[in-house]
Design a protein around this ligand. Structure first.
Ligand code: GDP
Length: 211
């Protein structure tokens, strides 16, 4: 197995609407999370590039899906952070329409990384992402970020709690969801996340064709 499956990612393109999504059948992994959850930091930690996920963070671009390409041809999709109070309702509606369709219908998408602050996991908006995606039958891997901010016992309790809620509310209904602790600050959990993502990328994924 490649030890760093996301290293050497390069910015590819940005899309604000369905028709702007990259075409092709390369497998794609999406990163979702509330704004400020630590999604950009997680992407940067996993790609080994300190500022990759900030490259496209120019004003006006934060509502877009940003794509990065790996040397294998596989894509990473950095979804816009959600839950930002300052976003106008009309923008939010457009975003919801693109995101729900993207998660439910994007054919090359082989897995979703759901980034959640370990201290505020599984908010209503996080659950909505799961509800949009899990019926596709494809796997979700949740990262409980900023774990460095928790004491050891808290970390254990948080992980156990989130695992039991996921089991009760999602896995019991057939969803494929894993979860782990993560910290971009001290790099803990990076190897575990790489293993989960590497397994997706190396697993069998049929040619899914365009969007
Ligand atoms: P995004 O909005 O989800 O992309 O979040 P960012 O990656 O920009 O992170 C939001 C804030 O949380 C920034 O101030 C980061 O420095 C901080 N942060 C992100 N990940 C971690 C982490 O693992 N540990 C700590 N202590 N802070 C983090």
């Amino acid at each position: 197995m490649t030890s760093h499956p996301l290293h050497r990612a390069e910015f590819l393109t940005t899309a604000a609407e369905w028709n702007g999504l990259p075409r092709g059948s390369a497998p794609e992994i999406a990163f979702a999370g509330r704004s400020n959850a630590g999604k950009s930091s997680a992407i940067n930690a996993l790609t080994g590039r300190r500022r990759l996920a900030y490259v496209s963070r120019t004003p006006g671009r934060t509502q877009h899906i940003n794509f990065f390409r790996l040397p294998s041809g596989a894509l990473l999709a950095d979804l816009p952070g959600y839950g930002h109070a300052a976003v106008p309702a009309a923008v939010r509606r457009r975003w919801d329409a693109l995101l729900s369709r993207y998660l439910a219908e994007r054919r090359p998408l082989i897995g979703l990384i759901l980034v959640m602050d370990a201290r505020h996991a599984l908010t209503a908006l996080d659950r909505r992402m799961l509800e949009w995606f899990w019926p596709t039958g494809r796997p979700v891997h949740a990262l409980l970020t900023k774990a460095d901010k928790l004491a050891t016992a808290e970390r254990r309790n948080t992980l156990a709690e989130v695992e039991s809620v996921l089991a009760r509310d999602f896995i019991a209904r057939g969803a494929r969801v894993g979860v782990q602790l993560f910290s971009a600050a001290d790099a803990s959990g990076v190897a575990e996340a790489e293993e989960a993502i590497g397994a997706w990328l190396e697993g069998p994924h049929a040619d899914r064709g365009c969007a």
